[in-house]
Design a protein around this ligand. Structure first.
Ligand SMILES: Cc1ncc(COP(=O)(O)O)c(C=O)c1O
Length: 292
């Protein structure tokens, strides 16, 4: 990755040359927001939706958006073209900029923009077919989990709970109800119906969550948004994780106890198939646009 090209404040450069001042508020306070967009065969997946969420995050934390939607798209497509690998995870963040340390916002700081690309690593087929282990924890993060903030200490601490247990994710309950996981949204299946917590300030409005919802609705699968008490989640027939890098992944044990029959269930397999089909369709359309 040493030779990978990144974008920092208007310039493309090798990652080794990219430098941010220590007084950047991203360094001092984690005062910034970010996005991660999956790119398949050099075609970004749901880029507009990610850019729309970035705009919402920036507005929520009152950081000026330095670029128009078209400028963001252009920077990202240029960065994608500069990499040597096809499937990429494009990470971009905007922080409030460099200023003397003071909690209150500086008046004249210029937002710092950093964009990088890493090879996209989706779960290997074996994990998709076998499913993963998850553990649970109390969701003790702040009450603005809808903002995709770079201040991720709460999420890191919670992810480490599962890392320490050798599990893939930590599923979170706030006040006894399912919220999300440390870096994913969570869906549950009960008697054939797909259930998920409604969007609120307590979960990240996942782009993959929206894709899964659209695909379920398009296929006429029963789907309901509602509170999911912890006991109901533990007794679910299926549990899924969704995120841009995990796509849709089945959880087959929770805190060491089997979910359903301990294998990815039929509704998961249906959704996984729909997701892969949709992804291929988006990719083909993107390739045709690029060739035109
Ligand atoms: C806390 C949290 N929830 C949900 C998600 C899933 O969001 P998306 O589907 O947009 O990747 C993420 C992704 O990083 C996350 O960090």
């Amino acid at each position: 990755m040493k030779d990978s090209v990144v974008f920092l404040n208007g310039k493309f450069m090798p990652v080794d040359e990219a430098r941010v001042p220590v007084l950047d508020r991203g360094v001092i306070f984690g005062d910034g927001v970010y996005e991660l967009v999956p790119v398949y065969s050099r075609v970004p997946f749901r880029l507009d939706e990610h850019l729309a969420r970035l705009e919402r995050s920036l507005a929520a934390v009152r950081i000026r958006n330095p670029y128009s939607r078209a400028e963001w798209r252009d920077i990202i497509l240029q960065l994608v073209a500069k990499q040597s690998f096809e499937d990429q995870g494009i990470y971009f963040q905007v922080t409030r900029g460099v200023a003397k340390r003071d909690h209150a916002f500086p008046k004249d700081a210029v937002p710092t923009v950093f964009v990088m690309s890493n090879p996209l690593v989706n779960p290997p087929q074996e994990l998709v077919e076998r499913g993963v282990a998850a553990v649970t924890a109390v969701d003790d993060r702040w009450h603005r989990c809808d903002i995709k903030s770079t201040s991720l200490l709460g999420n890191c601490l919670l992810r480490q709970v599962s890392a320490d247990a050798g599990a893939a994710e930590t599923i979170l309950f706030r006040d006894g109800k399912l919220s999300e996981a440390s870096a994913s949204n969570v869906f549950v299946v009960k008697q054939g119906a797909i259930l998920a917590p409604a969007k609120s300030n307590l979960i990240l409005p996942g782009i993959t969550y929206d894709v899964v919802v659209d695909l379920a609705q398009g296929a006429g699968l029963p789907l309901q948004f509602r509170d999911l008490p912890e006991a109901e989640v533990r007794a679910a027939d299926e549990i899924w994780l969704t995120s841009s890098s995990k796509e849709v992944l089945a959880v087959v044990t929770l805190d060491g106890k089997r979910i359903g029959d301990g294998r990815p269930g039929p509704v998961f397999r249906r959704m996984y198939g729909l997701y892969q089909e949709f992804k291929q369709k988006v990719m083909r359309a993107g390739k045709e646009r690029q060739a035109a």
